[in-house]
Design a protein around this ligand. Structure first.
Ligand SMILES: Nc1ncnc2c1ncn2[C@@H]1O[C@H](COP(=O)(O)OP(=O)(O)OP(=O)(O)O)[C@@H](O)[C@H]1O
Ligand SMILES: [Mg+2]
Length: 426
């Protein structure tokens, strides 16, 4: 027998003999080397017989369990792998019996619910679902029993702290020998997604409101200012028509000219607010320079504009020019409305493949972090609009500020947008 054993376990043979002599029966596992040198695992059961025989003999039986061993090891490894996947999944995974009582949950389920595994197991799913979702969850459970396949639905659970957490559930029946025995499912926390959806809704609602408000403002300005002045002009003209006094007529004409200048100015302001024609005709650099000067006159803030490295005739894609102009416009409007600044610097430059816009003021500054949360809640459009315009052309906006240090709006827009529409020829 010793010769049959694999060399490395050869020494075990003595121990085996000792045990056999003492205990008379013994069983165990031995590693055997076959003629071709292959190793096999045998399970043996041997006994020593001394009575009724001339010399003691050992009778035994052995069974080759190599394949079975391998299968067991493979199964353990695969179970281990499955276990790890189950345990480490980011989504909460559960199994509940057909009566709705949990039989197994993973670590993420503990995190999501705030309850420990021991607390969850043995409880009904009813204990975790928000009351207003219970009917829906029950219905989808019923549906699962009638139809095969996966069911997906959104619901809400109540965690240990009493907070309602929106979740997305995807679940399926599990079978044993063809008979449904329970439900396995995964639960994903969708708080973030819900919040983003809500923010988007608020944002689009505010966008529509702002559009309406803007139209209202323009209508009012046309009516109250331009309209008033045109009426006054008309009255003056009537008066001129009726008067025989040349001096009086000259005074009225002078008055009219002044009013005409003012009306022209107002129409120009309005049309710039709507869409600066300059931008289409003469390009970004010229339009921005003009707008900056104009804004300085309107607000009395000192505005410096530099575009040193840029050729004023340089044209970019229409999307890019519009995006950059609108962002600058919003940034400067914000300075006028909120910053209480003395000086603003607007710098337009090019850095390789990027157009860079910098709007810097020396005003009161703002709390960027505080603003982020606030902007979510109130959905102010300005800063968000800047971001969206920049994103739409593949760029970004960075706002840097601290109270009493003024505000710096840094905008970086790629010049060669992959899908930019070429400018339509005039
Ligand atoms: N240059 C600045 N200096 C100081 N505070 C600023 C500046 N720019 C923006 N803010 C602050 O950030 C807030 C958000 O700006 P945002 O442009 O998003 O909204 P808004 O200007 O109030 O309204 P709108 O939606 O009409 O633009 C402002 O209300 C203001 O408090
Ligand atoms: Mg604004």
């Amino acid at each position: 027998i010793r010769d049959l054993l694999a060399p490395e376990v050869n020494a075990q043979f003595d121990r085996y003999m000792t045990r056999l002599r003492k205990e008379r029966t013994t069983s165990g596992i031995m590693l055997v080397q076959t003629r071709s040198g292959e190793r096999r695992v045998w399970e043996y059961y041997n006994s020593l017989r001394t009575e009724g025989v001339a010399t003691p003999i050992v009778r035994g039986m052995a069974r080759d369990i190599t394949e079975q061993r391998r299968a067991e090891v493979a199964l353990r490894a695969s179970e281990e792998r499955y276990r790890e996947l189950f345990e480490n999944d980011k989504d909460a995974i559960y199994v509940h019996a057909l009566n709705g009582v949990y039989t197994s949950v993973n670590r993420a389920a503990e995190r999501l619910s705030g309850y420990s595994r021991e607390e969850i197991l043995g409880k009904h799913f009813r204990d975790f679902v928000s009351p207003e979702y219970l009917r829906q969850v029950g219905e989808s459970f019923g549906k699962k029993l009638r139809e095969t396949g996966e069911t997906n639905y959104e619901a809400e659970i109540i965690n240990r702290n009493g907070a309602h957490v929106p979740v997305e559930v995807s679940s399926r029946l599990i079978y044993e020998d063809g008979v449904a025995v329970g439900v396995q499912g995964s639960v994903r926390d969708i708080t973030e997604r819900k919040r983003a959806q809500q923010a988007l809704l608020t944002y689009s609602r505010r966008l529509l409101e702002a559009q309406e408000a803007e139209r209202g403002r323009i209508a009012r300005e046309l009516h109250d200012q331009v309209g008033q002045m045109l009426t006054a002009l008309k009255l003056n003209l009537h008066a001129i028509q009726g008067t025989g006094d040349a001096g009086e007529a000259r005074r009225l004409i002078e008055d009219n000219l002044k009013m005409l200048d003012e009306a022209l100015e107002q129409v120009r302001d309005l049309s710039v607010d709507l869409r600066p024609l300059l931008l289409d005709d003469l390009g970004l650099v010229t339009a921005l320079r003009w707008f900056v000067d104009h804004q300085a006159q309107r607000t009395g803030v000192r505005v410096e504009f530099t575009s040193d490295s840029l050729d004023p005739d340089l044209r970019f894609s229409s999307e890019l020019e519009t995006a950059c102009f609108r962002i600058a416009q919003e940034a400067l409007t914000n300075v006028a409305r909120h910053a209480r600044a003395k000086t603003v610097t607007v710098r337009l430059s090019r850095n390789r493949d990027y157009l860079i816009l910098l709007v810097e003021d020396d005003g009161v500054g703002l709390h960027v972090e505080a603003l982020k949360g606030q902007a979510q809640a109130n959905a102010t459009l300005g800063l968000r609009g800047m971001q969206e315009r920049a994103h739409a052309v593949g760029g970004r906006v960075k706002i840097d500020s601290a109270t009493d240090r003024g505000t710096q709006v840094f905008v970086e827009l790629p010049i060669a947008m992959p899908n930019a529409r070429p400018r339509s020829p005039k």
